[in-house]
Design a protein around this ligand. Structure first.
Ligand code: ADP
Length: 251
């Protein structure tokens, strides 16, 4: 399906913190438009991997390419973000005193000056995009609601909408459904599946029901353990992998 090429190429990535090997030669590749789930026990190296991709942590060795030829190791965090990699951290960070629409307007307006204006001036095209984004992130009915009054899940969707406003090619999502209700979790799976194809997504997640819903029968799941790829394949493949079972259940 994803024959258009490579969105993210990670090869033999190594990171040590004070002699402790957090990543010990990690490799994986994400296709353009692919929705990839990354799982693994605590300490497996998931956060460190995301930090290396976004330029927050400098790997000791290895390669990270965005698209076919953009070497992320030579770029800083701002350059990487501008190149089209958006990251969503676990905790929502929205402007609580502003409405849902205002939050999205600021993200659409994009530049720093606009961030200080209460009502950013949007073009007609951006207005249309605002309407689309509200629907995409399930917040069309909350348009004029103050963000501080949204539920935890709705705040997470709003922040995802703000990331989408910047039209990232690759979205990195760190435990996006932590703290969400079952219904919010289900709707978040729908949301991510609706983004597949237009964006490449890497979702780091602990909630196995959510991962199963995202991966379905055919998408690839990458299992990290001790800073390396332990297994990779469909949910059924990794769930029946003896190494994976041992890591999750055997200790
Ligand atoms: P995960 O996100 O899969 O839980 P992390 O990438 O956060 O794993 O961590 C991998 C390992 O590296 C862990 O054992 C963690 O304690 C260690 N680690 C992460 N960041 C640092 C740091 N800044 N200093 C020292 N050790 C770290």
């Amino acid at each position: 399906v994803f024959n258009q090429g490579v969105a993210l190429y990670v090869e033999d990535l190594k990171v040590a913190f004070d002699g402790f090997q957090a990543l010990g030669g990690l490799s994986f590749t994400v296709g353009v438009g692919e929705l990839r789930c990354v799982i693994g026990p605590n300490g497996a190296g998931k956060t460190t991997t995301m930090d290396c991709i976004t330029g927050k942590t400098r790997p000791d060795s290895g390669r990270i390419y965005f698209g076919s030829n953009l070497d992320l190791r030579t770029m800083n965090e701002q350059q990487i973000a501008r190149a089209g990699i958006g990251r969503k951290f676990q905790k929502p960070t929205v402007f609580e005193a502003l409405t849902v629409a205002e939050n999205l307007e600021l993200a659409l307006a994009g530049d720093r000056r606009a961030r200080f204006a209460m009502r950013a001036k949007l073009s007609g095209e951006q207005r249309d995009r605002l309407g689309e984004l509200l629907k995409t992130v399930h917040l069309a009915d909350e348009r004029e609601r103050v963000a501080g009054l949204l539920s935890h899940g709705q705040k997470q969707w709003l922040e995802i909408g703000m990331l989408l406003a910047q039209d990232p090619k690759l979205l990195l999502l760190d435990e996006p459904v932590a703290g969400m209700t079952d219904e919010e979790t289900e709707r978040t799976a729908e949301l991510f599946l609706s983004l597949e194809g237009q964006h490449s997504l890497v979702v780091v997640e602990h909630d196995m029901n959510f991962v199963a819903a995202l991966a379905g029968a055919h998408r690839t799941v990458t299992v990290l353990h001790e800073g390396k790829t332990l297994a990779e394949g469909t949910m059924a493949t990794v769930q029946s992998d003896e190494k994976v079972i041992e890591v999750y259940l055997g200790r």
